[in-house]
Design a protein around this ligand. Sequence first.
Ligand code: COI
Length: 372
Amino acid sequence: MAVKYPISVTPATRSKIHEVDFSNIPFGKVISDHVFIVDYDGQNWVNPRIEPYRNLEIAPSNLALHYGQSIFEGMKATKINGVPVLFRADMHARRLNVSAERMCMPNMPEDLFMQGLRMLVELDKDWIPEDDDHALYIRPLMFATDEYFGVHASETYRFLIFTGPVGPYYPKPVKLWVEEVFTRAAQGGVGEAKCAGNYGASLLPAQRAKKNGYDQVMWMDAVEKKYVQEVGTMNLFFVMDGKVITPATTGTILRGVTRDTIITLLKDWGFTVEDRLISIAEIADAYWRGTLQECFGAGTAAVVSHVSDITWRDRRMELPPVDAEHRPVGTKLKKYINRLRTGLEPDKYNWLQFCENTGVAELAMDKELVTV
Ligand code: COI
């Protein structure tokens, strides 16, 4: 691996890994031993380092807390023959910079992102779970660090990456409520950016839907409340009349990496994929005519998650059960992606990046251990 940046490594004295029950990992609660941190001083990214995972000190006047300059990514690592492997990390690095530009934040050099990420994942490789549907979730995060409470773009920032082992985000097929009161994003807004505010704004509608027995909301467009957008935790796909349709990325929804993976695979397998506007009325019509065959969500955390039913106003559309006979498209995709990430399919698209020989082991050995 090309080592360009002098990333210092301070290993944790005592790993927390023995406290983790790998047979029961709640999503998002377990965090691995180390974190990669780099600071932006107003001109350059400085002091790249890997340290024991720990709390940060944040000033009450920190700009990100007040005005939301905070963006993130989500990706996963698995193992192939014992070697950690990332899935499409380069695409995540590029998408982080698209979010950064929209939120008036600095560009993170892709090679610095990749070098720090590879070293971190190699160092914490024992945290990668190997059961089916499990992976090491990776969370890159960038936020403002200026201490100032006037509304302006921060001059300084922190970028960090931490990781944690995860199982499935949705262990069961998902029930969706078609949301027509609240909206997620409008044209010209920040719907395409992976910024903290998009997720904060989704919590109240999601909580209301949960109270009524749904798992998530299906967002509609902000103007006509007619066209399907995404779920917030994943992009959506519909199988109708043998064709696969996914809402177009017109600036209000996230350009999902898993979405792109699925479109590429399906086209390669000979499916007709339509990347276009799709209205909820068209979906309901297909359902009543009996041609809506499948609906599934796609995302890093969700991978491919089947939707069990969609409720639009007072109409409940129940989709076929997830078994060997039904849902062939979503099931095949999920299986293929999992096989690809564990080396059981050839990496013909060059989507995998291995994390070995990064030099992190030698750097960690050289250091005096610190207690945190
Ligand atoms: C992801 O899929 O990685 C996301 O960032 C969405 C969230 C459900 C964790």
